[in-house]
Design a protein around this ligand. Structure first.
Ligand SMILES: Cc1ncc(C[n+]2csc(CCOP(=O)(O)OP(=O)(O)O)c2C)c(N)n1
Length: 280
């Protein structure tokens, strides 16, 4: 996809949210908050930033996405279905016996998923390994790593970040989903992490903070990372858990919620109207 027009990317983000709700509604409940918060970055990544081929998901020179907060699978699946990696109807099988779409992302099951994740923290090391491997092989590929703020409580993340800086992985972009909430409350109550920008800078990253639900800001920040170089990049995304569906965003505990038929109809109708408005 090559969406240069921001309105098209906003429409794509609305469609990713619809597809996310589609998958969660079909099984009745799911990780909706942290899936919706990354819909905008997924729209920018797959809409204009990443190189990939839905017909050849294992193309070695593709860019890779590691969704280390693997429970955000519904948003990743929604994106990949919209791009034609697998049929859209398959979204309705998510988390059911025999599905190719388990609740957490799995590279052995889903075309387009580049890394298996779900045990928080581990995806950060895996992404650093992917980026190092591509660098050693001289590939043009870049690796994009989405990490949750609750997830960043895991010590393994910071070991991986130190490693990425030491190995000069300018082909690695960490996207921290700073949505302030985790499974059981606010990240600042569970284990406050302080100033992420200062932390990443201290770890040797080229760092910027953006509104992570604003596709223009995300696109500009991601464009800057194209130059590669000797430093890995960190984009601290100030987001809202549940962004795009006010009823979800307003609920304090919105990590995993049921979605009933009435909510499904109302939320997707609203998002469809938004997508149509952006598409003019
Ligand atoms: C190692 C590990 N511990 C605990 C869990 C259970 N768990 C799943 S999601 C989650 C909260 C994650 O919070 P955050 O990274 O902020 O994700 P978001 O709020 O963006 O969904 C927890 C504790 C897990 N998947 N892995």
């Amino acid at each position: 996809m090559n969406l240069e027009n921001m309105n098209e990317i906003k429409a794509f983000a609305a469609k990713i949210r619809i597809a996310t709700i589609e998958a969660i509604h079909a099984i009745g409940q799911g990780h909706i908050g942290g899936a919706l918060s990354i819909a905008d970055v997924l729209a920018v990544l797959y809409g204009r930033e990443m190189r990939y081929d839905p017909k050849n998901p294992k193309w070695p020179d593709r860019d890779k996405l590691v969704t280390s907060k693997g429970h955000a699978g519904p948003a990743v699946y929604g994106t990949l279905a919209l791009l034609g990696f697998f049929p859209y109807e398959e979204l309705k099988t998510m988390n059911r016996p025999g599905t190719n779409l388990p609740s957490h992302t799995d590279r052995n099951k889903t075309p387009g998923v580049d890394m298996t994740t779900g045990s928080l923290g581990q995806g950060t090391s895996l992404a650093a390994g992917l980026a190092l491997g591509d660098k050693l092989k001289g590939r043009p590929s870049r690796t994009f790593l989405i990490v949750g703020d609750g997830e960043s409580n895991e010590g393994q993340c910071w070991e991986a970040f130190a490693f990425a800086a030491a190995k000069k992985l300018g082909n690695l972009v960490v996207l921290l989903d700073w949505n302030k909430r985790q499974l059981d409350g606010y990240t600042d109550d569970v284990l406050p992490m302080g100033d992420y920008v200062k932390k990443f800078e201290a770890f040797g990253f080229d760092t910027v903070k953006v509104n992570g639900n604003d596709v223009e800001e995300l696109a500009a920040a991601l464009e800057r990372t194209r130059k590669g170089g000797d430093k890995p990049y960190a984009i601290v995304m100030d987001t809202v858990k549940g962004a795009g569906v006010p009823e979800v965003a307003e609920k304090k505990m919105n990590h995993s919620l049921p979605v009933n038929d009435e909510q499904y109809e109302r939320w997707t109708a609203q998002l469809r109207a938004e997508a149509e408005a952006w598409e003019g």
